[in-house]
Write a protein that binds this ligand. Structure first.
Ligand SMILES: *[C@@H]1O[C@H](CO)[C@@H](O)[C@H](O)[C@H]1NC(C)=O
Length: 292
């Protein structure tokens, strides 16, 4: 996703502050990072829209960086013929061997299904893609897309239904993201070289601008790396039960329902792509899943 990343501010805070003249809102927490006035806050800052036209896409990020967080956002995806557009919504660190947790929404022709593409990178290593269709039209209304990232697991949710789980299996030698602060980022960009039907369907620019809308951002975090030099840790919210949240058996049933009916790609079953053997977590997770 190098194309979608805003410039990194590695060295001095001042550079960051000078680098962005973007507007800040959604309770002061989100900052527009690129795309000029293609990105806008509306309704007194309660809603944000990103758009894409022939000139460019647009993006924003969270002012805070998190080490463990529960993040919810309601998103209404680009309607109509959105083929070739990609709405990326992800957490990412700035290190060169970065950690990243992704949702990417791949647009499609009118009335054809979006793909929700997901991935997890630990210390620069990804190749953990899972893709899903949704059980509703994500362009008709706002729906909630959530990251739960705590020391026990990473869970991706759509409207409170878990679609993906990645457990902390460090005890089995499998790396888990927890050493780097992640920042929430989102962007709308031209992905027509690969996104829709593997790149065969191109963007129809006569439909531009393409617009996605965001509202009701909420972040519960354990530690914040804010724009001040120090970090603060400890329960920031009244209720920190999310910090140890895991799927219970009812949630596993929902996860199973999604994976059975809506999962269209799983790196854990792609023996062709990984003839040398599947990632170790695939084997470990399968055994645990089957023992439920
Ligand atoms: C677009 O629609 C086609 C046909 O239904 C489907 O095969 C494909 O998975 C859909 N999504 C994307 C992003 O290509």
């Amino acid at each position: 996703m190098a194309e979608a990343s805003p410039p990194l501010c590695l060295v001095v805070l001042v550079v960051c502050l000078l680098g962005f003249s973007g507007a800040v809102d959604m309770n002061g927490e989100l900052e527009i990072t690129w795309g000029g006035d293609r990105a806008k806050f509306l309704d007194g800052g309660n809603e944000l829209t990103l758009s894409l036209d022939k000139g460019s896409g647009s993006g924003f990020w969270s002012r805070n960086q998190y080490v463990f967080a529960k993040i919810d956002m309601q998103i209404k995806l680009v309607p109509g013929n959105s083929a070739g557009t990609v709405t990326a919504y992800y957490l990412r660190s700035k290190e060169s061997k970065w950690d990243e947790i992704d949702f990417e929404f791949l647009g499609n022709l009118s009335c054809e299904p979006y793909i929700v593409h997901t991935n997890i990178f630990v210390q620069g290593k990804g190749d953990r893609e899972q893709q899903f269709y949704l059980w509703f039209d994500p362009t008709a209304d706002f729906h909630t897309y959530s990251f739960l990232w705590n020391p026990k697991n990473i869970i991706l949710y759509v409207d409170g239904t878990p679609i993906r789980e990645f457990k902390n299996m460090e005890s089995k030698g499998i790396p888990f993201p927890k050493r780097q602060a992640l920042r929430l980022q989102s962007s709308l960009w031209n992905g027509d070289s690969w996104a829709t039907r593997g790149g065969r369907v191109k963007i129809d620019w006569s439909q531009a601008p393409f617009t996605a809308a965001y509202t009701n951002f909420n972040a519960d975090q354990a530690c914040i790396w804010s724009s001040s030099t120090s970090s603060s840790c400890g329960a920031s919210s009244k209720d920190d039960s999310w910090l140890s949240q895991q799927l219970d058996s009812a949630a596993y049933q929902k996860l199973e329902w999604v994976q059975k009916n809506y999962m269209i790609y799983n790196y854990c079953t792609d023996y062709k792509r990984f003839p040398q053997g599947l990632a170790p977590e695939c084997v470990t997770q399968r055994v645990e899943f089957e023992n439920k």
